[in-house]
Design a protein around this ligand. Structure first.
Ligand SMILES: Cc1ncc(COP(=O)(O)O)c(C=O)c1O
Length: 363
């Protein structure tokens, strides 16, 4: 059995997106970029603060556009439950408060105490951005900051895209994206459709080297100052996918809770979030292993389960005296898929494997 890593589009969705589609009404305009990494950098540029605080538990690759900006990039540690220690942050920000911008991440789709963050920022004259790249736009408890960004490719069967919600009066300084390349979309669609067909037919394609050892995407800083646009076809594909949001949320939550049950049977792999608040659409099932994270990922992949580690952290945070929690978390995180293209049987198989690897690890 080989499980596909991301969700697969259907031919119907791909065809529907060829024609104009009505997108859902929002109370704030959406500004589109080719990726959420670009939406993030564009928002920081538009908001004009010079000291920008990111959590240390953050993907270095997602900073590649931010690193081009003339800002002082700083990091704060996150606690083991991924929340912010406000006292420590207050001390670190110190005199920089009037020039500071705080990035709050809603990890794995769960709102990260947004109102507390908003109150902290308001009372310290700090600008807040919510990085909701792992979340669905409709998640309760997300979306009160000056700017909120989303990465639809993490939840829907789309190749890329970055959505930025921002009040119109603040959006004047947003860099306009330039034309983007759409030549890879059909290659992406063909790959996903083939993967879907192989999985359905029970063909074990996890022996392919790219499944066992997926290529690492680069964190090189892009040249030039421009931002890429999200092509209209991808924007329409997102709108088509969004029509099925209730079913997507139900499927992902169902898979998450099914995996959580398996975690009750062993101690070696435990979820970071045991509770799934109402309305939350989980991006992945994020668990912590006690030791040997690489071994867990390797075994799972060898059995057709597309597990992955937390991606590379920014090099600035590799100091365990300053970022102990984030480093410990990153060294123990295993991510499992819970997407809507998986079946209950496939998730059950994943749970059984977790239990058996847990039992082997105990011996
Ligand atoms: C927290 C977070 N923010 C932003 C991004 C960037 O998203 P994208 O891959 O769409 O550029 C990522 C990517 O993994 C992420 O994990």
């Amino acid at each position: 059995m080989t499980l596909p890593e991301p969700p697969s589009p259907t031919i119907r969705q791909l065809a529907r997106a060829v024609f104009p589609t009505a997108s859902a009404g929002r109370d704030r305009p959406i500004y589109w970029y080719a990726t959420a990494s670009e939406a993030l950098a564009a928002a920081i540029q538009a908001l004009g603060r010079t000291v920008v605080w990111f959590p240390a538990y953050f993907c270095n690759e997602a900073l590649r556009y931010v690193r081009r900006l003339p800002i002082d990039l700083r990091f704060y540690d996150v606690r083991p439950d991924l929340t912010i220690d406000w006292e420590i942050l207050e001390r670190e920000i110190g005199n920089f408060r009037h020039s500071s911008l705080l990035v709050l991440v809603h990890y794995f789709g769960c709102p990260n105490h947004t109102e507390t963050a908003r109150d902290f920022c308001n009372s310290h004259s700090i600008v807040l951005i919510e990085d909701a790249a792992h979340a669905i736009m409709q998640t309760p408890g997300i979306g009160c900051a000056s700017a909120v960004l989303f990465s639809p490719r993490k939840l829907f069967a789309v190749p890329r895209g970055g959505q930025l919600l921002m009040d119109e009066h603040l959006a004047g300084g947003l860099p306009g994206p330039t034309a983007s390349n759409s030549s890879d979309i059909w290659g992406w669609a063909a790959r996903r459709l083939i993967q879907r067909a192989l999985s359905k037919a029970g063909v074990p394609w996890h022996f392919l080297p790219t499944y066992r050892h997926p290529p690492v995407s680069g964190s090189a800083i892009p040249t030039g100052n421009g931002f890429h646009a999200c092509v209209p076809y991808i924007q329409r594909l997102v709108s088509v996918a969004e029509r099925e949001i209730p079913a997507v949320i139900a499927a992902r939550r169902g898979h998450y809770l099914q995996l959580r049950k398996w975690c009750d049977q062993q101690q070696e792999f435990q979820p970071i979030f045991t509770d799934l608040p109402s309305g939350v659409c989980p991006y992945v099932f994020a668990g912590l292993v006690k030791t040997n994270v690489e071994h867990w990922v390797d075994i799972l992949r060898s059995k057709g389960i597309p597990a992955s580690r937390w991606p590379d952290l920014p090099p600035e945070v590799h100091d365990s005296s300053r970022f102990p929690w984030s480093l410990a978390l990153a060294g123990r995180t295993v991510l499992l898929p819970v997407h809507q293209s998986l079946t209950e049987d496939q998730v059950e198989r994943m749970g059984e494997l977790l239990a058996s690897i847990g039992a082997l690890t105990r011996k």
